[in-house]
Design a protein around this ligand. Structure first.
Ligand code: 13P
Length: 274
């Protein structure tokens, strides 16, 4: 069932759980996540990284995602992750996205606000809501991580941009962690109390379960998982003898691995309680 970003995150807020957002790269990834949602009855978000909206893969994957959403009886959204600019967000809307992220988090506050605001204006006109990012969430390969999102800045950013979802820097990063992350749970709770935007945790792969649960209790409503989904798929491929099977049969195993991975994160997020 097709849901818009704010609509699906409202379900999380109402029920006190988070909606898992899975980055997908292939049709088998989409099928694995769809089957997980079907089996658990959970709402889910399918998302593609911004660059895919500029490639042949993304062009052909978008209709597969929309088909999966139509097939699902539970709420499901289609989101552009880390939109790099207006061009990619416009492309995503044309491809049927029901939510859009614009990531201007490396810019100074006022520039981030004005770039995000422009995207909110045209995305709202197109009937979808926007996720912004404040406090830069880097990747695990970087030596220095950015400062945590400031509460007052978050209030100003949400008020002036009208974003419905806000990705915050609270100690996570994208990719495989070299050291176990330690999330700033208090900061999540402070930002949750101070703003109406649904809070988003990026870099979900590798965060210990206990910390994910604490983050949800403190107010996180969307959690992104990319790296570990890709690993579930690739490990599933490696476990098989490629010469032995026709490809569709061969790919059934990694698809199942993605499903198992997605089910474990759905349960961790608590969205199977929907
Ligand atoms: P991971 O790859 O660390 O799971 O992060 C995913 C993410 O936040 C996508 O925006």
């Amino acid at each position: 069932m097709r849901f818009e970003l704010n609509e699906i995150l409202n379900i999380g807020e109402k029920n006190g759980f988070a909606i898992p957002a899975f980055n997908v790269y292939t049709m088998e990834n989409v099928l694995g996540v769809m089957n997980a949602a079907q089996e658990t009855g959970s709402p889910v978000i399918f998302q593609m990284y911004s660059r895919l909206f500029g490639t042949q893969v993304g062009k052909f994957l978008a209709p597969v995602i929309l088909e999966a959403i139509n097939e699902l009886k539970t709420p499901a959204a289609f989101h552009i992750d880390h939109g790099t600019g207006e061009d990619m967000v416009i492309r995503a809307i044309r491809y049927g996205a029901t939510g859009a992220m614009i990531d201007a988090s490396t810019l100074p506050l006022q520039e981030n606000i004005s770039k995000t605001k422009r995207v909110v204006e045209f995305a709202t006109a197109a009937g979808i809501s926007v996720e912004g990012e404040l406090g830069h969430i880097g990747n695990t390969a970087e030596e220095i991580s950015s400062e945590y999102t400031n509460v007052d800045d978050a209030v100003q950013y949400v008020e002036q941009t009208s974003v419905k979802a806000l990705a915050i820097m609270v100690g996570t990063a994208h990719g495989k962690y070299k050291q176990t992350p330690k999330l700033a749970i208090d900061r999540i709770a402070q930002i949750h109390a101070a703003t109406d935007a649904h809070l988003v945790l990026h870099g979900g792969s590798g965060v210990p379960d206990e910390q994910i649960k604490q983050a949800i209790n403190a107010g996180i409503r969307k959690i992104n998982f990319a790296t570990d989904l890709a690993h579930a798929f690739i490990d599933g491929c490696r476990e098989l003898d490629a010469k032995k099977y026709p490809l569709d049969v061969y790919l059934a195993h990694p698809t199942e691995k993605v499903k198992e991975f997605a089910i474990s994160k759905i349960k961790l997020c608590g969205s199977d309680k929907y």
